[in-house]
Design a protein around this ligand. Structure first.
Ligand code: NAD
Length: 252
């Protein structure tokens, strides 16, 4: 498998799973555009990619802002002349029972986890259609397939992302654009650490490990192989699919 000379935009790759994807793509020969709300994290990712012999560009991008998303695409074209891959990875949540949520939280969760990926997808499609080539890999979650207590609106967004993936896959197949979804299970990242702080958090982590047939949480490195495969030409005839990478937590 290789991504030689491909250019990949990876949102939220200033840390966590996105950084793992950027490093994997870099090691497979891709040039990576690290687009993250936190520019500092993005720059760190690029320096790690470059230390390993790859090439990258860090952009400060808030995917909930359409103008910034357009700017992300323009900056990519200015730097590399073209691009081949979009990974919609940026995401965010807190764990709280639905009846305790306030509507401002819903709006924020929907803006980051559903509207942001929709904006990014729309922003890359004209370029992909004109080249009759493109790969989109959406990072959803097992929460979007089977639900997750304390993450009602996040789960709705992630389920929405799966349905969005399938529809865009159908509409774009005529242009040879592949659109697929990877669903991580619980993965050791800064987001999970933040979600599971304190004594109750430790109990949640313990319960998660017991629920996973492999009896451990994922690491970002566990997720990126599947993403790289779906972004590669070896997956050229795969589209509209949802693949869980969760040690057997969700089977279908
Ligand atoms: N960690 C898990 O257990 C887990 C499980 C299932 C799915 N996921 C999904 O995987 C993806 C990555 O999660 P992670 O655990 O690595 O999270 P993380 O918080 O460790 O990293 C996410 C990155 O996204 C960036 N980001 C957040 N909001 C943004 C915005 N509006 N615009 C641009 N960048 C933004 C953050 O700055 C951060 O660098 C998310 O979509 C998440 O929902 C994570």
């Amino acid at each position: 498998m290789n991504l030689k000379d491909k250019v990949a935009i990876i949102t939220g790759s200033g840390g966590g799973i996105g950084r793992g994807i950027a490093l994997k793509f870099g090691s497979l020969g891709a040039r990576v555009v690290v687009a993250d709300l936190k520019l500092e994290g993005g720059k760190e990712t690029v320096s790690l990619v470059e230390k390993a012999g790859g090439k990258g560009l860090a952009l400060g991008t808030d995917i909930t802002d359409r103008a910034q998303v357009q700017e992300m695409v323009k900056a990519t074209l200015d730097a590399f002349g073209q691009f081949d891959i979009l990974v919609n990875n940026a995401g965010w949540d807190i764990i709280e029972p639905f009846v305790k949520n306030n509507p401002e939280l819903w709006d924020k969760v929907i803006a980051i986890n559903l509207k942001g990926p929709i904006y990014c997808t729309r922003a890359v499609l004209d370029h992909f259609i004109s080249r009759e080539y493109g790969k989109i890999v959406n990072i959803s979650s097992d929460a979007g397939r089977v639900g997750s207590s304390g993450e009602a609106v996040y789960s709705a967004c992630k389920g929405g992302m799966i349905a969005f993936t399938k529809t865009i896959a159908r509409e774009m197949a005529r242009y040879r654009i592949n659109v697929n979804c990877v669903c991580p299970g619980p993965t050791e990242t800064p987001l999970l650490a933040e979600l599971t702080k304190g004594e109750t958090g430790a109990k949640i982590i313990d319960a998660m490990k017991k629920a996973v047939p492999f009896r451990r949480l994922a690491k970002p490195e566990d997720i990126c192989g599947a993403v790289a495969f779906l972004a590669s030409d070896e997956a050229a005839f795969i589209t509209g699919q949802t693949l869980s990478v969760s040690g057997g937590l969700t089977m279908s």
